[in-house]
Design a protein around this ligand. Structure first.
Ligand SMILES: Cc1cc2nc3c(=O)[nH]c(=O)nc-3n(C[C@H](O)[C@H](O)[C@H](O)COP(=O)(O)OP(=O)(O)OC[C@H]3O[C@@H](n4cnc5c(N)ncnc54)[C@H](O)[C@@H]3O)c2cc1C
Length: 317
């Protein structure tokens, strides 16, 4: 068995990559198949995922659009159909700022494609991101539709937005390597998108896992203490039984013996407004200590990047 400390990684590199690269890299965490990523692998991976309905993978990238309209009627029709996971702010009488994930745009287009503004958005996205919209692009209208102008904002333009818009439209992904108790709590934050290493698909007896189970070092017990030794014995025994079960059973059957201390990887993707909410709840003395162990240093990092958003959140020891 392997014992490692908890950690996190802000996904800056993926922010600078294409939507396809970002989505594939996140999606493969479930299967721990990052080793299969090549120059050409994103397209087939994403088509397969969309076909199978593994929809949360398509939540791992957002697109921000500035939409200029020449009539109030267009906006009024559109406002009646905005789903929960689409963020829209009014910039002025004729301009809207809209951010949503690939999944949310796909569903918006499928469910409300008859509304003129949605048609225009669908057409724009099919034009600029065919990989994600090609299977619904047949319904695409002739583009552009009159009275509607759509532009895509770059990440740098989103980062330059005033703070009241920045918090809604800047999405940020963090990969945590932590234990299963922590991820069980993180996934309660409903506005986020999540992807997590799957104990159904991962078989820890394989070479790529060094043929062993990995556990997260518990922050409650000092190494060498009687409590730590008890914990270690329990993990060793669990690993032995898990590997034994795998000889005759599937990973999803064998995983039933795996404990909260088991290492897992999870990507949490949400806007800065939700990150601020998470920090307010998960860095307080009432929060679970293993959760604070990763959230307190993450808050410090994000505060350096977005002081206007996170400066007001103080951590009590
Ligand atoms: C110290 C602590 C102890 C906890 N103990 C327990 C426990 O013992 N058992 C347990 O089950 N959970 C527990 N929780 C989880 C907690 O109840 C929340 O589910 C979790 O923290 C998610 O936070 P949230 O609901 O504030 O907001 P999020 O899910 O992060 O949502 C963000 C915001 O969106 C809005 N929102 C989202 N969904 C809805 C909705 N359906 N209706 C209305 N508004 C919505 C709210 O404005 C909310 O503030 C605990 C959390 C903490 C921090």
């Amino acid at each position: 068995m392997k014992v490692i400390p908890a950690s996190f990684e802000i996904q800056d590199d993926l922010d600078r990559s294409s939507l396809a690269v970002r989505i594939e890299a996140c999606g493969r965490i479930c299967y721990k198949s990052e080793d299969k990523i090549t120059e050409e692998s994103a397209g087939p991976f994403i088509r397969r995922i969309l076909q199978h309905g593994h929809n949360s993978v398509a939540e791992m990238a957002v697109i921000t659009l500035k939409i200029t309209i020449d009539s109030e009627t267009l906006a009024a029709q559109f406002y009646q159909c905005i789903p929960r996971f689409v963020r829209v702010d009014r910039l002025g009488r004729k301009e809207l700022l809209m951010t949503a994930s690939v999944r949310a745009y796909r569903e918006l287009y499928k469910e409300h494609g008859s509304i003129k503004m949605v048609k225009a958005i669908g057409g724009f996205l099919a034009e600029h991101h065919p990989l994600f919209f090609e299977d619904i692009a047949a319904k695409r209208p002739r583009f552009p539709l009159s009275g509607i102008v759509i532009e895509k904002l770059s990440l740098a333009e989103v980062d330059d937005l005033p703070v009241d818009l920045l918090i809604n439209h800047r999405y940020l992904g963090v990969k945590f390597i932590t234990n299963r108790a922590v991820t069980h709590e993180i996934v309660r934050h409903r506005p986020c998108a999540f992807l997590q290493e799957s104990q159904r698909y991962c078989r820890y007896s394989e070479d790529k896992f060094d043929n062993q189970v990995t556990f997260i070092k518990p922050m409650f017990f000092e190494e060498g203490s009687p409590e730590y030794e008890m914990w270690q014995r329990a993990m060793e025994e669990t690993e032995k039984i898990y590997l034994e079960l795998l000889k005759t059973s599937s990973p999803q059957a064998a995983r039933t013996v795996l404990p909260n201390s088991c290492k897992t990887e999870i990507i949490v993707y949400c806007n800065l407004l939700e990150w601020a909410h998470i920090f307010r709840l998960r860095t307080t003395p009432q929060a679970e200590p293993s959760m604070r162990e990763v959230m307190v240093p993450l808050l410090k990092e994000l505060d350096k990047r977005y002081p206007s958003v996170f400066d007001g959140i103080t951590v009590t020891v």
